[in-house]
Design a protein around this ligand. Structure first.
Ligand code: PBG
Length: 303
């Protein structure tokens, strides 16, 4: 009766990794119980999610071929495009959020176009806009740019509006830190940078005022939902953002946060379910409205 925070299934978004092929269900070794799935198996997954009461998924695509400019990210027969068409046909009620970024599609693994060894922010914007528009054309319900290029929300908003998708919202990864907690994801998405790191475009973990400036910029450019990522080491940012801005806040309980807990639970050092619920509740308590988490299904079974 006196509990101040309640967690519900409708707060949770479940990330899924789509790969080419048929009947692929390949476990990600650094993320127990999470899989790279081909489209047919993604549909099975959606069926299970529906039955569990999870209403929303976040899709990451792993293409067969990568190149310098991430062409597979905006190809009509790209993996995300194929997945979107199949999912929206079979499960129109599932809210499909798509990750818009180039790192899964580029041979160098960076989130943007590389010119003489550096990521070229402005040259990247047109490609991200093209990718976002292609997702919308194939049925995406929410576009989630995770690249952290400056100005990408505005570029994507314009491309969506001009393309007839004025009503498709943008969930911007606004305060995305350059974090070691993404390690397992990079195995899952096969997206580790082949040289250097992402510090020229992702944020310094030491900064929090900067996070608020990044969020304010994204809102001004047209973001409808803003995200803080990772979640756990950044709950102070979630709190500051939720106090400062009257807009839905999402927090991403990232791969490393998931794998840490799974590893401890596998060793019998932590009670998985209790710890998981405590973690998710703390993210909500800090001020998040939405939580992207690999624990979505496990939490739904309990909630
Ligand atoms: C792509 C992207 C990353 C994550 C989500 N989108 C990795 C990165 O920026 O290196 C991380 C998600 C996770 O760790 O669960 N830019």
């Amino acid at each position: 009766m006196l509990s101040e925070t309640s967690l519900s299934k409708s707060d949770l978004i479940y990330p899924l990794f789509v790969v080419e092929g048929e009947n692929v269900r390949k476990e990600i070794s650094s993320m127990p119980n999470q899989f790279q799935l081909s489209v047919d198996n993604i549909l099975r997954e959606c069926d299970e999610l529906s039955r569990l009461g999870i209403r929303s998924i976040l899709l990451f695509g792993i293409p067969r071929e990568k190149d310098e400019v991430g062409s597979a990210a905006y190809a009509d027969n790209g993996i995300i495009q194929q997945a979107l068409r199949s999912i929206k046909k079979a499960f129109p009620e599932i809210v499909v959020v798509t990750d818009v970024c180039l790192c899964e599609y580029t041979s160098h693994g960076h989130c943007g176009v590389v010119e003489s060894g550096n990521v070229d922010n402005d040259a990247t914007l047109a490609l991200l806009a093209k990718e976002a528009l292609s997702h919308a054309q194939n049925g995406a319900d929410i576009i989630a740019p995770s690249d952290m290029m400056d100005g990408r929300v505005q570029a994507i908003r314009k491309a969506l509006d001009d393309g007839g998708f004025a009503d498709i919202p943008i969930m911007a990864y606004s305060a995305k830190y350059s974090s070691a907690f993404y390690g397992p994801f990079r195995e899952a998405a096969e997206s580790a940078p082949q040289f250097g790191d992402r510090k020229s475009y992702q944020m310094d973990p030491a900064n929090s005022d900067e996070a608020l400036r990044e969020i304010a910029l994204d809102i001004a450019e047209g973001a409808d939902i803003v995200m803080v990522k990772p979640a756990l080491s950044y709950l102070d940012i979630v709190r500051r953002a939720s106090e400062e801005f009257n807009i839905p806040i999402a927090a991403y309980n990232v791969s490393g946060e998931y794998s840490m807990l799974m590893a401890a639970a596998a060793n019998g050092w932590l009670d998985r379910d209790r710890t998981m619920l405590e973690v998710l509740t703390s993210i909500k308590r800090a001020g998040a409205d939405l939580i992207i988490t690999y624990f979505a299904k496990d939490a739904a079974r309990i909630l």
